[in-house]
Design a protein around this ligand. Sequence first.
Ligand code: MN
Length: 155
Amino acid sequence: MKLDAYRDKRDFAATPVPAGQEKEVPPERERTHGRFVVQEHHARHLHYDFRLELDGVLRSWAVPKGPPEEPGIRRLAVAVEDHPLSYIDFAGTIAPSQYGAGTVQIWDHGTYLLEEQKAGELRFVLHGVRLRGPYALVHMRPQGKNWLLFKRQTQ
Ligand code: MN
């Protein structure tokens, strides 16, 4: 199942993060606009988890330097395991013994319009508080985990 990698890493008796379900149903509006979240994660190394609601899960990338707010800046985004939709609201403290130990806070959230999805590339428009406008995620190599996240030039 899609969430196996997520579940295999975590002990849900000991961590505050949701176990989630395979078939979580997003709100009605998500048929055209999905939701996204950016979670600021003070783990061993600070990073920003960028997550898009897609195909019933949160497709997820860890962005060490955070998503760019302006065009012209390309940020490394490392693909990580799909997370359950219910993770979209998670903020809190994960104990030192648990996977992802540290604090998680919501850095930005909103909806997005998926414009194009093809092999190794997603193009979308973010409607967040901090992040607004056209963005892209581009896979650097077919088998790797590294993507680039950037804000596209308008016009
Ligand atoms: Mn993280």
